[in-house]
Design a protein around this ligand. Sequence first.
Ligand code: MN
Ligand code: MN
Length: 389
Amino acid sequence: MPIPNPDYPFKKVPIPEPIRKDGAGASDLGPRDIARDLENPDMLIPPVTDAGNVPNLKFSFSDTHMNLYHGGWSREVTQRELPIATTLAGVNMRLKPGGVRELHWHKEAEWAYMLQGKARISAVDQEGHNFVDDVEEGELWYFPPGIPHSIQGMEEGCEFLLVFDDGSFSESHTFNISDWLAHTPKDVLATNFGLEIKDFEQLAEKRKFIFQSEVPPGIESQTIKGPKGFPPEGFSFNLMAQKAIKTSGGCARIVDSTNFPISKTIAAALVEIEPGGIREMHWHPNNDEWQYFIKGKGRMTVFASAETARTFNYNPGDVGYVPFAFGHYIQNTGDEKLVFLEMFKSNRFADISLNQWMALSPKEVVKDNIDASPALMAALRKEKWPIVK
Ligand code: MN
Ligand code: MN
C-alpha cells in the first residue's frame, strides 16, 4: 500500500520493508514508525558490507528538548544525546527580531554559523578591546573560552548553529549576567558600582537567557568608543566569501586558524555535494569529526577497523559523528544539493584521501595488496579530489 512521501506529500511511495533483493529479511508487522523508516533506508536495509557493532553516530535536533522563550528558542546535541561525541557539542538557536541571547560567557570556545537571517554580536576581550558586528547567512564567528558576548536578532530574525569545543558542554551551564547579579548581595552590587542599594531594586530577579527586546538601532550607534578599540584578530568571518575548492561533484570551503586566526580550537569545512556526488573516501589524521546537515539527503558509511562498518542516513538538522581516524565517505542520495558542515576540535583542517594515498604509494604494493584491476590502477589520482561524481 503506498503512503504519502514525507518530502513530497503530493507523491506516494511504497511502504519500505526490511527485505533485501536476495530475499533476506521479512516484513515489519509493526508497531513501527514508517516516516522514520523512510528517512533511514540504509538502516532499515543495511548494505551487505556493514558488519559488527559500530556505536551510534547520529542524533537529530528533532529528537532534542526545545527550550522556548519569548525571544526565540534553543536546543542542543551534546555528549548526553550522542555519547560518542566527546570533542564538540552543538546548539541550534533561533532569535526573533530583537530577541537577545543575553550577555554571558562560558568555559568552552564558541564557533557559530549563521543559517538564516541576521544577528548583531558583541564581545569584549581581556585587554578591553570591544567588538560589535552584524553577521548574516554564510558568515560565522568564534569566541575564545571565557570571552563575554551577546547575540541579538536583527529585523528579519535569525537561526544559527553554535558549536563548542567540549562534548560535555551544556548551554544551561553558561555564565549569564542576569544570573550572577541576581545571586550577589545588593550591598555588594552597590559598592561594586559606586551606587546605593535602591539603585538595584529593579534588577532582573533571575536568569533571562533569551528574552525579547527591540530590534537594535544602526551599528554605529552601538559601537562604544573604548580605550583599546577593535580586537586585533576579529571574532567574525565570511565563509561564503572564501574561494571554494571546486571539483567535479561539488565544492568545499575551509575555515581554520590559517585564514581565521582567532579560531584556534575549531576547524571546519562547508561542503556542497551535487546529486550523484560523493565526498571521497578519506579520514582525518587530527581528531573526531562532528557534522551538521543543512540541506538535502546523505548517507555515510564509517569503517571502524576490526572488520566492522556501519551506514547511516542523514537529513537536514541531523548531527553526524566520525571518531578519530575512522574511514568514511558522504554520498548525496537525494535529488537536490547536499550541504553540510564538518567540524573538528583542531586549529587546522586536515584529511587524507584514500585515492591519493594509493596513487602515491609503490604501484606493486597497492596492486598486490588489494588485487587491484588494471582499470583501478590506471584511474588512481595523484591530486586530492574531495568531491567526485
Ligand atoms: Mn555563548
Ligand atoms: Mn570527513
